[in-house]
Design a protein around this ligand. Structure first.
Ligand SMILES: *[C@@H]1O[C@H](CO)[C@@H](O)[C@H](O)[C@H]1NC(C)=O
Length: 584
């Protein structure tokens, strides 16, 4: 019992059940979802197939995480009692009509699997089986598993593990049959005693998986990329400090010298009257910074929570629901940062700024989600959110997310004191000399996006395979380190690029610094294209739409986060060099 309490306390976000059973007590089996093996995000309700269905379908109430995961559990017809074996028993008889047969054949061709849930343990198996044989004549046969035999492991009063085997009895051939066809569905249950403790449940499930583990963590390549990144950061820092030192020596000596040197006085010094000229579209600029900062906090928070073991790795949905809730509650950060910066830059329309900030991510997210949800709904999949959940999420945004943005914004506006630029800005802007191609904005975006991207490219595969495949990535500590590295690389590259830009006397570094590193999002998207076509077996409109819709949103979030980091890094750098410049 103590163990149970421990688990319940630990799992604030998990709906952890820690059931204790006495002999012969009823153990409830829920049927959950079915779907094509290769499309993790296309799932249907089990009872959408022509199978044994109770007269009245009773659904289980689910957590937000489960709903987001596409779970829709309903009571099954299996009667299972604790520690009592069932020899082969008939569940029901179903008479298939022609369209039922076609539905089943199609499902089996698409390698449909089913998922049941027993005491929080997912039990998965294939609904049928394909047999390809011979070149000439080529045979292609479709079979349906009509018998399920469940194995359940128990220890004392706890269920530790459960699985299903479909192969105990000969399957039913669906090829040369004519409707109506009557099939008897049967099942059997076998209880095995085990020494494993309740705490080892997760381990037991991980070791014995329906979806094969294809992912090996390549420690060597992870370490390799980390070393490279540290070297890169070191290089940039060393070179920049040397260059700056000589710049300072030159500029600050020149001042005391004669004016004749002023003719070939070029470089970042002469633009000191322009470098703090605020950019165009301040409103949007500050909104991006606000939302970027919010996502930086959100991402760090989620990784820390995952590291502390607050999520059940078997359900991505829990992370998604935590993300949504945290998004709503961190909205005050975006409001604060955006309006504060806006006010500092002398912006007046702060109400407009708050609205833009709160819509900057929410609006694109809503559009993408609405499109995907409509298609999912038309397909009748369980990925379509039920009305109740939609209303809940809307309320979360309207009554938590938006008001918090406004409150944060008001605090930000009142807390803003001037921008405090080290140099005065002249009224008339200087002309900007032409730059060679390798100093153009495009080249900067290429470099500024590629380097941060390459620092995470090794881990991206694991992340994609976890989000869009069946893998379970559990090394959240590494993920947090990689995130830190990503941000450091971004900051370094941004500073270096801003230095180059300023020394070619181009003072429009504000937006440039945001885009140069923000373009990492574009590289992530290119990687996603590669992943979709080369590394995954996803297919079909729904799964493709989900993949690209949510990937584009993710890349957008990358842009917001890294653009923000990049800008703030450049800002402190620019402040630093102009503060240390001796002015007349
Ligand atoms: C299911 O579990 C039983 C007993 O725990 C085990 O013997 C069997 O190999 C497992 N079957 C599958 C398909 O994993």
């Amino acid at each position: 019992m103590a163990v149970c309490h421990f688990f319940v306390v630990l799992a604030i976000l998990n709906a952890v059940f820690c059931n204790e059973y006495s002999d012969n007590e009823t153990v409830i089996m829920y049927v959950n979802k079915v779907g094509p093996y290769f499309n993790p995000h296309e799932t249907y309700h089990y009872y959408q197939l022509p199978v044994c269905r109770p007269k009245k379908i009773e659904h289980k109430s689910l957590t937000l995480g489960e709903v987001l995961d596409g779970d829709r559990m309903a009571l099954s017809m299996y009667s299972i009692n604790y520690k009592s074996d069932v020899a082969i028993k008939e569940l029901c008889r179903v008479t298939f009509q022609e369209d039922d047969l076609q539905l089943l054949r199609d499902a089996i061709e698409d390698l449909y699997y089913f998922e049941f849930v027993l005491d929080e343990i997912p039990i998965r198996g294939f609904i049928g089986h394909l047999e390809e044989g011979g070149f000439l004549p080529h045979t292609h046969k479709v079979f349906l598993w009509a018998h399920l035999s469940f194995n359940i492991e128990y220890n004392g009063k706890h269920i530790i593990y459960a699985n299903v085997s479909t192969k105990e009895k000969e399957p039913v051939n669906l090829d040369d049959v004519t409707a109506p066809l009557e099939v008897a569905f049967t099942y059997s249950v076998k209880w095995h005693s085990t020494d494993l403790k309740f705490e080892q449940r997760g381990q037991r499930m991980r070791d014995n998986r329906f979806f094969p583990k294809t992912l090996e963590i390549h420690w060597l390549s992870i370490i390799n990329s980390m070393v490279l990144v540290f070297l890169l950061i070191g290089f940039v820092v060393i070179i920049l400090t040397r260059v700056l030192k000589s710049d300072f020596a030159r500029y600050n000596v020149e001042d005391e010298d004669s004016e004749e040197l002023d003719q070939d006085d070029n470089g970042w010094k002469i633009i000191h009257t322009d470098v703090f000229r605020f950019p165009a579209n301040k409103n949007l600029f500050c909104a991006i910074l606000g939302v970027g900062m919010q996502f930086l906090t959100l991402a760090t928070g989620i990784m820390l929570m995952a590291m502390l073991g607050l999520f059940n790795v078997h359900h991505h949905g829990q992370i998604n629901s935590a993300g949504i809730i945290l998004y709503a509650f961190t909205s005050c950060i975006s409001g604060y940062v955006a309006t504060n910066m806006y006010k500092k830059m002398g912006g007046e329309k702060w109400v407009w700024n708050i609205n833009l900030t709160s819509a900057l991510f929410a609006a694109p997210f809503f559009l993408v989600w609405a499109l995907i949800n409509s298609v999912a709904w038309a397909y009748g999949t369980t990925q379509a959110l039920p009305v109740g959940t939609i209303i809940l999420l809307m309320c979360l945004w309207m009554f938590v997310g938006y008001p918090l943005t406004v409150i944060g914004g008001i605090f930000g506006k009142n807390g803003a004191n001037g921008f405090d630029a080290p140099c005065r800005t002249k009224n008339i802007a200087r002309e900007i000399p032409a730059v060679p191609w390798y100093r153009s904005g495009f080249a900067h975006c290429l470099v500024g996006g590629f380097l941060p991207f390459s620092s995470i490219s090794v881990e991206l595969y694991y992340i994609f395979a976890t989000l869009w495949g069946r893998e379970q990535y559990t090394l959240y500590g590494i993920l947090l380190i990689v995130f830190g590295i990503l941000l450091s690389v971004t900051a370094c590259i941004s500073v270096a690029l801003t230095y180059f830009q300023l020394s070619s006397e181009d003072y429009r570094w504000w937006w440039r610094s945001m885009f140069s590193a923000g373009s990492t999002g574009l590289f992530v998207f290119l990687y996603a294209l590669f992943y979709y076509y080369k590394r995954s077996n996803m297919s079909g409109l729904l799964q493709t739409l989900e993949f690209f819709g949510y990937t584009i949103l993710t890349c957008y979030v990358f842009f917001l986060m890294l653009g923000t980091v990049s800008f703030f890094a450049s800002l402190s750098f620019v402040r630093y060099i102009y503060v240390n410049l001796k002015m007349d």
